[in-house]
Design a protein around this ligand. Structure first.
Ligand code: FES
Length: 148
């Protein structure tokens, strides 16, 4: 039995301990904002926070979430108005949009560690989050805007 918290709500999980957290979030809790891209920890589309730090939920087994606090894009802010979400909207960052919840969750991890990141900080921290549409410049601008 795994007990965990997802977006502030307590849950108990009794299934396969090796099942990826991504499946749990999307298929059991129906939190579909977290996306499946590569399934191998290489693209960042599935990024969520585990006790406040970005992780790839496709390669995080349920057994490793015991006692943890998970935050998904749906729980990043109560009203969808996290500074990053507002900056993303203001600067029209999204193109196809598929990778963007992962991008925002990764960026939220960055701003927790470095509230005023430099370009180099942003590039280093965001390098594992791939965008097929190539929105990297707008992502960088939005992170800076959110940082104020
Ligand atoms: Fe998890 Fe690509 S789907 S890193």
């Amino acid at each position: 039995m795994v007990q965990l918290s997802v977006n502030g709500v307590a849950h108990k999980y009794d299934g396969d301990p090796e099942m990826p957290l991504l499946w749990y979030l999307r298929d059991l809790l129906e939190l579909a904002g977290t996306k499946y891209g590569c399934g191998a920890g290489l693209c960042g589309a599935c990024t969520v926070h585990l006790n406040g730090k970005p992780v790839r939920s496709c390669i995080t087994a349920m057994k490793d979430t015991a006692g943890m606090k998970i935050t998904t894009i749906e729980g990043l802010s109560p009203d969808g108005k996290h500074p990053l979400q507002l900056a993303w909207q203001d600067l029209n960052v999204m193109q196809c949009g598929y990778c963007q919840s992962g991008q925002i969750m990764q960026a939220a991890g960055l701003l927790k560690e470095k509230p005023k990141p430099t370009d180099a900080d942003i590039d280093a921290y965001m390098t594992g989050n791939i965008c097929r549409c190539g929105t990297y410049q707008r992502i960088r601008s939005a992170i800076k805007k959110a940082a104020g």
